[in-house]
Design a protein around this ligand. Structure first.
Ligand SMILES: Nc1nc2c(ncn2[C@@H]2O[C@H](COP(=O)(O)OP(=O)(O)O)[C@@H](O)[C@H]2O)c(=O)[nH]1
Ligand SMILES: [Mg+2]
Length: 424
């Protein structure tokens, strides 16, 4: 590394940290002295947004950091976004443009930009001004001051949100979050906004060889496959688009489902779901066997036998789930008290699951006129998803330590960050 490069990174790092006395190279930890930041902006038809975005970004970063680069990865936009960006790059030495031809896709554009980047800290944000550039310095400062691996700009922590979303859009977003937590249980415990497209990350987190994203949700890919143990979330409000149009359509939504399916499969979570279903199937056998044994041989009134049979099946399901389906999670908290607590939660959630089953059966049969056997199958499916989704996220939740900190920026605006750390 050249001497000049070293000096500029040191002075930039001292600004990032916001320390009062200037830092000398000897004061710096090597980790901080080497930091360089690369921000990737994927663009497609953002000709009206790219100029104000680069202007706002440059002014947000100029007093904070010297040694940074902004890499615009444009997929040969028909509206000439790349041409405008190239013009800007002639006057702005921080700006680099990559014009990709013959391939499209947000997440793959981001990975391409990161591969070409020089920074030890990598970032991504949208090119349409929906992500406020002014919070970028906060993301960087927090990464250094908390030693976080990932700092996410989040819509779902206190102080964050979306500006003017319709009920339909909110419902779609909520549905996507539910599906995500079914396919990747525990992810919402680690980060409240795993769909965020605005975050910074240490290069060491990303397993470049293993990243195979499809579609939009690059953070999901990084979180499912990366190596990290501390994440910080900073609230922000997702602004409305002023120019151009969203590229999120049915194709991207389908890609999201494909992406989730692939991540669920490759991280073993779909296998876990199948184990849960197999245990549920074994519970039916235990239930029927207990019912007939108690009624036929024990001579018990069949309704009393049925109550014992249901509870016996729940207990046997619990033991199998505890020692097989969720063994990795129960090993994190193996004490007797924790096991009993999980048993109580499992019992309660399964009881509500039975109510879900009966309600769906009743609604479909009585109100929609569906044949009751078919309604019952749908009810069983709904109860299985309920039981799995809630038990995987609550009963056998991932053990992490959470640290919620509330702070105040220099300008008086309040922000809240959540640091989470969990055993490696
Ligand atoms: N390079 C590249 N950028 C894309 C592509 N699709 C979307 N983008 C960019 O990704 C960012 C977010 O896309 P947008 O359509 O606004 O998504 P939304 O905010 O979820 O509606 C914007 O900067 C887009 O220009 C693509 O196929 N290739
Ligand atoms: Mg957008």
């Amino acid at each position: 590394m050249s001497g000049t490069f070293f000096l500029t990174t040191v002075s930039r790092a001292s600004k990032v940290l916001g320390c009062a006395p200037p830092l000398r190279a000897s004061d710096m930890k090597p980790e901080i002295a080497l930091v360089v930041f690369s921000l990737v902006i994927p663009t497609y038809n953002e000709s009206q947004n790219i100029r104000p975005l680069i202007r706002q970004l440059t002014s947000a970063l100029e007093n904070v950091i010297d040694n940074y680069e902004i890499i615009v990865v444009d997929d040969d936009s028909p509206d000439g976004t790349w041409k405008i960006a190239e013009e800007l790059a002639r006057q702005n030495s921080h700006l680099r443009i990559m014009r990709r031809r013959g391939e499209k896709g947000l997440a793959t554009a981001v990975v391409l930009g990161w591969k070409e980047a020089n920074g030890e800290i990598l970032g991504v944000m949208d090119g349409d001004l929906q992500h406020p550039p002014e919070i970028l310095p906060t993301l960087l400062k927090l990464m250094l001051s908390t030693h976080a691996d990932i700092v996410v700009a989040s819509r779902n922590v206190a102080g964050g949100g979306v500006s003017e979303w319709s009920l339909r859009r909110r419902l779609v977003s909520w549905g996507a979050a539910c599906l995500t937590t079914l396919m990747l249980p525990g992810i919402l415990r680690i980060v409240r906004d795993p769909m965020s497209g605005y975050f910074v990350i240490r290069r060491s987190v990303i397993p470049f060889g293993d990243l195979r994203p499809v579609g939009y949700k690059i953070l999901l890919e990084v979180m499912a496959r990366g190596k990290y143990d501390t994440i910080v979330e900073v609230p922000y409000v997702f602004e409305e688009r002023k120019h151009g149009a969203s590229k999120l359509g049915p194709k991207q939504q389908w890609e999201f489902l494909r992406h989730l399916g692939r991540l669920g499969w490759e991280t073993g979570q779909i296998g876990r779901f199948f184990r849960f279903c197999a245990v549920g199937g074994s519970g039916v056998v235990v239930n029927v066997a207990t019912l007939s044994l108690l009624t036929e041989i024990g001579g018990l009134y069949y309704l009393y036998s049925s109550i014992v049979a249901v509870e016996t099946a729940i207990m046997s399901n619990f033991v199998l789930n505890e020692y097989w389906t969720f063994q990795d999670r129960s090993n994190q908290r193996p004490g007797l008290r924790d096991r009993l607590r999980r048993l109580a939660k499992f019992n309660l959630l399964c009881a509500v699951g039975a109510i879900v089953n009966v309600t769906v059966l009743w609604v479909l049969t009585d109100l929609a006129g569906v044949y009751y056997v078919a309604s019952n199958l749908v009810g069983l499916g709904a109860a299985t998803l309920w039981n799995y989704g809630l038990n995987a996220n609550i009963t056998w939740e991932r053990a992490i330590t959470r640290n919620v900190v509330t702070g105040e920026d220099k300008d008086g605006s309040r922000w809240r960050r959540i640091c989470k750390r969990w055993p490696k």
